[in-house]
Design a protein around this ligand. Sequence first.
Ligand SMILES: Nc1ncnc2c1ncn2[C@@H]1O[C@H](COP(=O)(O)OP(=O)(O)OP(=O)(O)O)[C@@H](O)[C@H]1O
Ligand SMILES: [Mg+2]
Length: 140
Amino acid sequence: MKRILVAVDGSEPSLKAARMGADVALRFGAKLTMVHVVPKLLLPPDVYGLTIAEVEKEHRAYADRLLEHAVATLDESGLEISTSVLYGAPAEAIAEEGAASDVGMIVIGSRGHGAVARMFLGSVSDRLVHISPKPVLVVH
Ligand SMILES: Nc1ncnc2c1ncn2[C@@H]1O[C@H](COP(=O)(O)OP(=O)(O)OP(=O)(O)O)[C@@H](O)[C@H]1O
Ligand SMILES: [Mg+2]
């Protein structure tokens, strides 16, 4: 287990998953990579009165802040942590990153920011467990 991938959307379940991922990484002597996926735009940017370049810049800055915050919530010392911003459909992008040969496991939260409380899994965690090429640890 060389590297553990954690996917965060900034929600409390995802930060809990990050802590679990860090814990597992430390015990395996593995590195931790935290990723956030910027999803595709639902509407063309001119609907918001912005250019594509402006929207991409804002998304990138948002993703950077989100990852920085997620790293800051970990107090594990002696852990090598890297971050990466991915683009596209979240579950597909996470699965693709997880396909890298040094990734041994993917850790995610069961739910995220979505508010349909009766569902056990969110759409991203549900899809990822179906398509992931690597073991997925879903943290409740
Ligand atoms: N954009 C994203 N980038 C990285 N990880 C994500 C992203 N969205 C979700 N995740 C990961 O997937 C976990 C489950 O989130 P998911 O989006 O499936 O649930 P939800 O937000 O409650 O439901 P939905 O989005 O379907 O309304 C999160 O805790 C996080 O680990
Ligand atoms: Mg979600």
